[in-house]
Design a protein around this ligand. Sequence first.
Ligand code: PLP
Length: 390
Amino acid sequence: MMPKNRHFETDAIRTQTPSSDQCEHSYPLYMTSSFTFESAEHARAIFASEMEGNIYSRYSNPNTDEFITKVCRLEGTEAGVATASGMAGIFTTLAGLLNQGDHILASRSLFGSSHQILSQILPRWGISFTYADTNKLESWESLIRPNTKVLFLETPSNPGLDLIDLNWAGTLAKAHNLIYVVDNCFATPYLQRPMEHGADIVTHSATKFIDGQGRAIGGIIVGSEEPMEKIQFFARHTGPSMSPFNAWLFSKSLETLSVRMDRHCDNAEKLAKFLGDHKNVNFVKYPHHKDHPQFELAKKQMKRGGGVVCFEIAGGFEKAKSFIDRIKLLSRSANLGDTRTIVTHPASTTHSKLTEEEREAVGITPGLIRIAVGLEHVDDIIRDVQQALG
Ligand code: PLP
């Protein structure tokens, strides 16, 4: 039994599977698709869940188990499933929990592919949704229907960095008996722990800050035993499983999460300040920057502001594109949470599948630029952004 009062940094490093008879210090990689049984009776007992043991890596594997145990510990919850990508995690969560005829109340400020799952994929099986606006919290309760089963949100949102009061949403979900699902990808458990605010399920794209080095795609779903049982059943039989190799990478990466997140935040704070003072910038948005409309909420529910900064360049779509083209050191890419700083133009890339009105509704203006601030020296990051702004 692990002590309850250990610090986050220690848990991220010391939540570790006991070593084998080789006494290895770093947990090894179990690159195997199946496991053997000592006898017919041993096989029967494992299949009957009368004893613990691995059967097949689609169901469980020592590396995915270690990764899940660690994320559960860091998020403060009990059970989990590791998936092949963040989107596999979100789809598995919703499809595992919901039946034909059910309804989802979702924040409008979601990652692009989450919009596609809600609007193009789940309706094929009779699961409907309604969007609620982050700046109209007073309207959310009236959007709940008798068949609403899930409340789904992302805070801070990608890319607009809109926040939702996690405590407020937890109270709403509880009052209406909704399963409360939070995509915690941007904050990570180091900065924000939705389970402490009443969430039932937390999802992550492990591809982002959990890996932190732009190497692997993965997702993780963690939460309370009861809703997780349905998700585990769905995952076991539909097979969105994470590969043992990726689980091994992510589990190791978590050991440095706090150190990396602190540096991401240090750099992002300085970049946000620089952008906020620049004449060619209409506005900057960063949760812990004084100009963020939800600055007070950000201070309350996020330990620090995170590693992503957005700003609107003066001059709209064309200026945004030429800013991207003028970048020299930083990377033009659509990822985030990497050691390397990445610049993205959401309107023409990650959120291009939304209509202009849908983008407008979540603040993705034609001139919006997202900077996923990396771990290079902040002066070099700012110098490149400065020369590209002209
Ligand atoms: N959720 C958020 C908030 C994201 O930003 C992303 C990807 O950018 C995802 C989910 C999807 O994750 P993946 O690309 O690992 O499928």
